[in-house]
Design a binder for this molecule. Structure first.
Ligand code: FES
Ligand SMILES: [Fe+2]
Length: 389
């Protein structure tokens, strides 16, 4: 796509009235022509960031796992000395997925002609068909590979832009904040049949709560009331400043009774896809992170991890969290039905303001990558938003 057109496209893409072209393309998975046209357009992904690929337990022993991030197929494994690695799941010889091959704890052997690749560097270490006559420099051949780190039971992969290389120094993969040495932890995930942008703005949307998340233990539709929340800019994101959470939710009332101390909540959104929430009351704390990761342009995945020292059994928390995630998932499945017909969409004030910030931050990040120049944060200071939920 010519550059000017690409720019024009971004201009439309971030217009508050419209959704991404990629999200629209994604609505027609059955239409091959559109899909091919879609391949040629930008899928609206943010490259050069860390994304969670698989849970650590999926790469035990010599087992290889596969994942897809930003439409890149990956094969992941763990070397015998415990290091996680991620390669492009495609042999550089003929393209067969390397995940069909064998892993010996250090190298992955392709199932087709037996080329072997070092898991951590992707470097080719053997081509069995070569004879002493051959001059081919085997160690100049590489399978695609990506930086890989483990945190909080996830294998994170740094997704470098296609054709790009990982920079010499990259920031560490994100870690869930914890406020003490002893805590419980759990992980949950769910797939959403939508473009990552819809997943993310759904995640930060304050107005769907009373309609989507009605439950006896949480709140009823009748509990809807006016709210006023302060937001402030943070690097690559924004923060809902520390505040006392909604009094219409029973768990918060209980927490306050237990500690006798006020309950405060802080919620951050950080590019490309992280929502972090911490709830604190006296010595008790609860910390959670949700990430919405693009798998393909028409599919994303929420990974949710939480750690806490509040006296809350894991199974109880999981059953509540599953209910919430399922409610969101069902809503997104229904939404994707509607998006197939390419509707015009709206972002309104103030309930959709966080979504507007997300699109603006994303546009900035893309522009900064393109020009190498830092763009000003879309918020010029703290603001107070009002909505009813
Ligand atoms: S396709 Fe992998 S070794 Fe030939
Ligand atoms: Fe929700």
């Amino acid at each position: 796509m010519p550059f000017a057109r690409l720019l024009a496209w971004y201009a439309v893409y971030y217009d508050a009235q419209t959704m991404s072209e990629a999200a629209r393309m994604a609505s027609f998975p059955e239409n091959e022509e559109l899909q091919q046209a879609g391949q040629a357009t930008d899928a609206g992904f943010l490259w050069d960031f860390w994304y969670p690929a698989v849970r650590s337990e999926e790469i035990r022993g010599k087992r290889l796992a596969t994942a897809m991030l930003l439409e890149v197929p990956l094969v992941l494994g763990r070397t015998s000395d415990g290091r996680a690695f991620a390669m492009r799941d495609s042999c550089p010889h003929r393209g067969i997925p390397l995940s069909y091959g064998r892993f010996d704890g250090t190298t992955v052997e392709c199932s087709y002609h037996g080329w072997r690749f070092d898991g951590c560097s992707g470097k080719c270490v053997e081509i069995p068909s070569l004879t002493s006559q051959d001059k081919l420099k085997v160690d100049r051949i590489f399978a695609g590979h990506y930086p890989c780190e483990e945190r909080d039971g996830y294998v994170w992969v740094y997704m470098t832009a296609p054709g790009g290389r990982a920079p010499e120094k990259i920031v560490a993969a994100p870690e869930l904040p914890k406020f003490g040495a002893r805590f419980k932890r759990t992980q949950l995930f769910c797939d959403l049949p939508s473009h990552v942008d819809h997943g993310i703005i759904g995640l930060m949307d304050p107005a769907h709560g009373p309609f989507v998340h009605q439950s006896w233990f949480w709140r009823s539709r009748r509990s809807i009331h006016e709210k006023e929340k302060k937001f402030e800019p943070i690097p690559n994101g924004f923060r809902m400043s520390p505040h006392s959470p909604s009094t219409n939710s029973a768990p918060y009332q209980l927490l306050k009774k237990m500690t006798g101390a006020p309950v405060t909540t802080t919620i951050d959104f950080v590019l490309p896809n992280l929502r972090l929430e911490e709830i604190r009351s006296g010595k008790l704390w609860f910390s959670s992170r949700a990430t919405v990761t693009p798998v393909r342009r028409d599919l994303c995945r929420i990974d949710f991890v939480a750690a806490w020292n509040v006296p809350l059994p894991v199974f109880v928390f999981r059953s509540f969290a599953k209910t919430f995630l399922r409610q969101d998932q069902e809503t997104m499945i229904q939404q994707s039905e509607g998006l197939k017909h390419n509707p015009r969409l709206m972002l309104i004030d103030d309930a959709d303001r966080p979504a507007k910030w997300y699109f603006a931050l994303k546009a900035n990040a893309l522009e900064e990558r393109r020009t190498g120049q830092a763009k000003p944060h879309p918020m010029d200071g703290p603001v107070t938003l009002h909505w009813k939920s």
